[in-house]
Ligand binder design. Structure first.
Ligand SMILES: [Mg+2]
Length: 122
């Protein structure tokens, strides 16, 4: 069965682009508009194989989303890759400290994104 990726970004353009890139690689994708939407989608399924999350989003930002996901035992192992325009060292450290496995800064090279996703999926 194809690996299922949850893509979280408030930008429709980014969501569609990342979804397109991942679908082309044969992954199944679900998109969410912000952290709250992503949590609802996470809770409505058993799990996802990987999450790609933006940081700056309305209602619930990516850092809060990641912290909330990691606080729950069922989701401690799900790989999370941040994809954000926030590229300062303190933002990257914050994301990793909250439990993200990898932090990519936008604009990210699609091939590198795919390589990282495959690496995280092991
Ligand atoms: Mg955003």
């Amino acid at each position: 069965m194809a690996k299922h990726i949850l893509i979280v970004d408030d930008s429709k353009t980014v969501r569609n682009l990342v979804a397109f890139i991942m679908k082309k690689e044969g992954f199944t994708v679900t998109v969410a508009e912000d952290g709250l939407d992503a949590l609802e989608k996470l809770y409505s399924r058993e799990t996802f194989d990987l999450i790609i999350s933006d940081v700056n989003m309305p209602r619930m930002d990516g850092f809060t989303f990641i912290r909330t996901v990691r606080e729950q035992e069922a989701y401690t192992d799900i790989p999370i890759m941040v994809l954000s325009t926030e590229g300062q060292e303190r933002d990257i450290q914050k994301g990793l400290n909250l439990g993200a496995n990898l932090y990519m800064v936008k604009p990210a090279d699609p091939e590198r994104m795919v390589r990282n996703v495959k690496m995280l999926l092991g």
